[in-house]
Design a protein. Structure first.
Ligand SMILES: N[C@@H](CCC(=O)N[C@@H](CS)C(=O)NCC(=O)O)C(=O)O
Length: 202
C-alpha cells in the first residue's frame, strides 16, 4: 500500500487527493493525517516538514505536490493529468506553476496572522503578496482554461486555488471574477472529488 501523508486544510494536499480519485488510485493509497507538532510523525522525513508527502510503490519518499502529481500520472500510465502533447503539456505545467505561486502567496498572507502578533505584521509585505494573487486571478479571469475531459494538473491546481480563496478569504474573489466563478462551478460539477475534499478546520 502506498501512503499519502495528508492534512485536511492544505490546498497542496487537496490537489493530490483530487488526482488520486480522478486516476482511480484510491484503493492503492492509504491516507494518514499528519500531526504537525509531533516530531516523530513520519512526514518529517521530508526535511522541509511540509505536506503533502507521498510514499511510493518501492517505499520511495516523494514530494512536493507537483512531483507527487507527476508520480500519480506515471502510475496511471502517463498522459492522463499531464498531457503528452508538448503544447498542452507546457500550458498545463505553466498554469500549475501560476496557481501554486498564487497559493504560496495566499499561505504567506495567512502566515502573517497565524504566526505574528498584530504589532509585528508588515502591511507592505501582505500587500506585495496580495498583488501577486490579484494579478494571477486577473490573468486567469481573462482566459480561464478549457475544462478537459480529465482535468489536467493546471486545472486541478486552479480549482484548489479558488477553493482556498473560499476557505481562507471568504470567497471574495467571486464578485470580481465571474468567468472564474462559472469555471469553478463547472469543475465542481464535473469532478466529485472536489466537493469530497472541501477543506474543514479541525
Ligand atoms: N511547494 C509545496 C508547498 C507545501 C506547503 O506549503 N504545505 C504547507 C501546508 S498548506 C505546510 O505543510 N506547511 C508547514 C510548514 O511550512 O511548516 C507543495 O507543493 O507541496
Amino acid at each position: 500500500m502506498m501512503i499519502l501523508h495528508s492534512n485536511a486544510t492544505s490546498p497542496y494536499v487537496r490537489k493530490v487527493r483530487i488526482a488520486i480519485q480522478l486516476l482511480g488510485l484510491s484503493n492503492r493509497i492509504e491516507e494518514r493525517e499528519v500531526r504537525f507538532r509531533d516530531p516523530t510523525d513520519p512526514f518529517h522525513q521530508n526535511p522541509l516538514s511540509k505536506v503533502p508527502v507521498f510514499v511510493g510503490e518501492n517505499g520511495s519518499l516523494i514530494y512536493d505536490s507537483p512531483v507527487i502529481l507527476e508520480y500519480l500520472d506515471h502510475l496511471a500510465g502517463g498522459g492522463c493529468i499531464i498531457p503528452r502533447d508538448p503544447d498542452a503539456r507546457f500550458a498545463a505545467l505553466t498554469l500549475h506553476a501560476l496557481c501554486d505561486g498564487a497559493l504560496d502567496a495566499c499561505v504567506l498572507v495567512m502566515s502573517e496572522t497565524w504566526f505574528r502578533p498584530p504589532d509585528l505584521r508588515v502591511e507592505s509585505w501582505v500587500d506585495r503578496q496580495s498583488g501577486k494573487i490579484e494579478r494571477a486571478l486577473t490573468v486567469l479571469e481573462a482566459a480561464p482554461p478549457t475544462l478537459s475531459d480529465v482535468p489536467d494538473v493546471g486545472q486541478i491546481a486552479l480549482a484548489c486555488l479558488l477553493g482556498y480563496r473560499d476557505f481562507r478569504f471568504d470567497g471574495t474573489w467571486r464578485k470580481a471574477h465571474p468567468r472564474l466563478h462559472a469555471w469553478h462551478d463547472a469543475f465542481a460539477a464535473k469532478v466529485p472529488a472536489f466537493a469530497a475534499t472541501t477543506p474543514v478546520d479541525p
